[in-house]
Structure formats: structure tokens, C-alpha cells
Design a protein around this ligand. Structure first.
Ligand SMILES: O=C(O)/C=C/C(=O)CC(=O)C(=O)O
Ligand code: MG
Length: 219
């Protein structure tokens, strides 16, 4: 697929081979969970089975007692990227989305204590409710948008993307030194403060102010 084929890229969920997630990329979120500010990007991965779309419910994984929402700007890759540099990293972006990095916080706390991977906490089926697609040509500056997440109509997260610790070119340069990013892959750029426990029956609305918005129900 060619990067100019934007109509195909709107189906990024069907093209993606992985979702690369950045952790602790907003200072206020790192601090709210008692973590140090990272000196370099911290990465983990979700499988494509974690994608769900509007109309599908958010479901906690078996045994989870503390499911959290994390609203995040998603970068959708438009051109295969390996070992790219910051200077031309934006050329590899086909568009943007917004997603929830659903996190079984109790599983994650257990994993952190044991020094074990976060895979179970972060990549269970349905752990990435995802919204619409904005072609890169329609969003000149992804570092100048506001992310929001409302729970049952009340603001829970609201933050501009200009306060990311590592900006998007830095994240893409760093990531692609280790992993090839394929067309349709999504890089979730981390969440701002305001993560909280999600309960059965909650309605979660999230998006980019004035651009895209999605609504999901929690089972
Ligand atoms: O270190 C922790 O306790 C938790 C970190 C995260 O879940 C990281 C993220 O996914 C994020 O910052 O978006
Ligand atoms: Mg996250």
C-alpha cells in the first residue's frame, strides 16, 4: 500500500500488525502513579486482538478488580518505518486516532512487584477501544490538540498534547531502532493524568476536542 492511499489507511485496524504503546510520557500521569519521570521512552506492546470499535462493550479481563482507562493519541503509520530519524519521522505518519489503553491496574501492580512483564495487564482482548481516523493532511500539528475522556458525562482526563515528554518524532526514531513499524500499526503516545477505576455500566466518551469522539459502554 502507498502512503497516498488514505482511504485504505482509514481501515488501519485491519492492516495493523501491532500496537506499540508508550508509558509514562506525561509527567502528571507518571507522578500520579508514583513513578519517576523516564529518561528515555518506555515501550510495551498490545496485540491486534485488543482493538474494539464503537458498539462493542469494554469488558474487564477475568479476575480484574481495578480496570483503568487511559486516553491516548494514536499515530497511525502510513509507510513502513525501520531505523528512521527524527528529521523525517513525520513523513511516515498516515494519520491519527485516539484510543483507550485499558489497563488491569491490579494485574500491573502485581507484575511490577514481581518484576514481570505487563502483557496480561495491558494486552487482554478488547483492551484497546479505538476511535476514528484523521489523515495526517488534516492535522497539521498533532502536538497542538486536546485529548479528553469523560466518564458518565463528567470530565476525567483533559490535556493538550504539547506537554508530552517525548514528542512524536523522538518516539518514532527511538521505536524504529528496535522494531519495524508496518503500515497500519498504531503508536499510542501515552496518557495524561486522570486514570481511574472503571465500573460496570459506565459510559466512556473520549476523543480529540473538535475533531473525533467515540462512546463505549462498560459491561
Ligand atoms: O508505571 C505504572 O504504574 C503504570 C504505567 C502505565 O500504565 C503507563 C502507560 O500506559 C501510560 O503512561 O500511558
Ligand atoms: Mg498507556
Amino acid at each position: 500500500m502507498n502512503i497516498s492511499d488514505m482511504s485504505s489507511l482509514a481501515n488501519f485496524r485491519n492492516l495493523a500488525t501491532k500496537i506499540v504503546c508508550v508509558g509514562r510520557n506525561y509527567k502528571d500521569h507518571a507522578l500520579e502513579l508514583g513513578n519517576a519521570i523516564p529518561m528515555k521512552p518506555m515501550l510495551f506492546v498490545k496485540t491486534v486482538n485488543s482493538f474494539i470499535v464503537e458498539g462493542e462493550p469494554i469488558v474487564a479481563p477475568p479476575g480484574c478488580q481495578n480496570l483503568h482507562q487511559e486516553v491516548e493519541l494514536g499515530v497511525v503509520i502510513g509507510k513502513k518505518a525501520s531505523k528512521i530519524s527524527k528529521s523525517n519521522a513525520m513523513d511516515y505518519i498516515g494519520g491519527y486516532t485516539v484510543a483507550l489503553d485499558m489497563t488491569a491496574r491490579d494485574f500491573q501492580d502485581e507484575a511490577k512487584k514481581a518484576g514481570a512483564p505487563w502483557f496480561l495487564a495491558k494486552s487482554f482482548d478488547g483492551s484497546c477501544p479505538v476511535g476514528g481516523f484523521i489523515p495526517s493532511s488534516d492535522l497539521q500539528n498533532p502536538h497542538d490538540v486536546e485529548l479528553f475522556c469523560k466518564i458518565n458525562g463528567k470530565d476525567q482526563q483533559r490535556c493538550r498534547t504539547d506537554v508530552m515528554i517525548f514528542d512524536i518524532p523522538t518516539l518514532l526514531e527511538y521505536t524504529t531502532q528496535f522494531f519495524t513499524l508496518e503500515v497500519g500499526d498504531v503508536v499510542l503516545t501515552g496518557t495524561p493524568a486522570g486514570v481511574t477505576k472503571i465500573n460496570s455500566g459506565d459510559v466512556i466518551e473520549f476523543g480529540i476536542t473538535g475533531r473525533i469522539e467515540s462512546k463505549f459502554l462498560v459491561n
